[in-house]
Design a protein around this ligand. Structure first.
Ligand SMILES: O=C(O)C(=O)C[C@]1(C(=O)O)C=C[C@@H](O)C=C1
Length: 285
């Protein structure tokens, strides 16, 4: 039986993604993303599921930076799950939610609701927590505080909160990508067909960077390798130094992607395959 670590506590969106794809697995909550990733490295759990990117707010930088700089584990799968953010309050505050003074949630969840918050709770301050359900748990334990959490319906049920306002995220089509990590590349114990495959690379440009990014993109373009994402992240070696995360919408094959990697390395780029993996889309209920 696989044990799966996830960003907890219970009823985070990460937890929902895990239970949707691994309904029968034993799941273990961790308070932070680094703790989840360390748990796989240390063999505490077989797999870890952590958030990577949200459709409205972009990458979860802590996940990328910890994987790149601290604990390099292969990505062995991805879960794409729908996200619905609700305003959760203690039942004692349900009728007075417009007087809420503090909003607790994960930074990505608050960012997905900025327009709603600016319009309806302009005076409220934001308190950033490690996850949406950590925020819901806090609000449930502080009934007298004029506080609200931003989170999902399961968190409201789990922590006995009332949903003061549903679907407060600013835009529709809100989804988050969650990556599945293992100590080494592996086949996942998932019995249904994936919705597709991706290969994710990390590329560092050579010191003489003139035209280097164009060379990188050309190495994929003429091979007709479709890039679905390219993102720069600070290399943390000084202002203006970046590495690039690139997603290719296919499995690591035997010729084209290895050929592109070899060409880039011949141009003094450093290339690391972060993973080549299936992705599974959780259907909107
Ligand atoms: O806090 C949670 O519920 C999470 O699963 C984390 C997370 C994220 O980091 O993006 C996941 C989905 C939402 O975008 C909000 C928060």
């Amino acid at each position: 039986m696989q044990t799966i670590g996830y960003l907890g506590p219970k009823a985070t969106f990460t937890h929902l993604a895990v239970t949707a794809i691994f309904p029968n697995a034993e799941s273990v909550p961790y308070n932070t993303i680094p703790q989840c990733i360390d748990a796989v490295r240390d063999g505490e759990v077989d797999l870890a599921v952590v958030p990577l990117e949200n459709a409205l707010e972009g990458s979860v930088n802590l996940t990328i930076d910890y994987l790149i700089h601290e604990c390099s584990l292969p990505i062995v799968g991805e879960i794409v799950a729908p996200i619905e953010q609700h305003l959760l309050v203690h039942p004692q505050q349900a009728d007075a939610w417009k007087n809420i003074e503090r909003i607790y949630s994960h930074s990505h969840a608050i960012a997905q609701c900025h327009k709603f918050l600016h319009r309806h709770l302009k005076r409220a301050s934001y308190e950033y927590m490690a996850s949406t359900s950590a925020a819901a748990k806090y609000v449930s334990e502080h009934p007298h505080e004029k506080a609200a959490a931003i989170g999902n319906r399961l968190a409201a049920k789990e922590y006995g909160l009332a949903i003061a306002k549903e679907n407060i995220h600013d835009y529709d089509y809100n989804h988050t990508r969650f990556i599945i990590l293992h100590q080494q590349p592996c086949e996942l114990p998932i019995d249904h067909e994936p919705d597709g495959y991706k290969t994710t690379l990390m590329i560092t440009l050579p010191k003489d960077q003139a035209g280097a990014l164009h060379q990188v993109l050309s190495a994929f373009a003429w091979r007709k390798l479709n890039l679905t994402k390219i993102e720069s992240r600070p290399a943390k070696t000084g202002l203006g130094n970046y590495f690039f995360i690139i997603d290719i919408d296919q499995k690591l094959d035997d010729v084209l992607i290895p050929g592109a990697i070899a060409e880039l390395e011949a141009l003094d780029c450093a290339v690391q395959v972060l993973g080549s993996y299936p992705y599974y889309t959780v259907k909107q209920k």
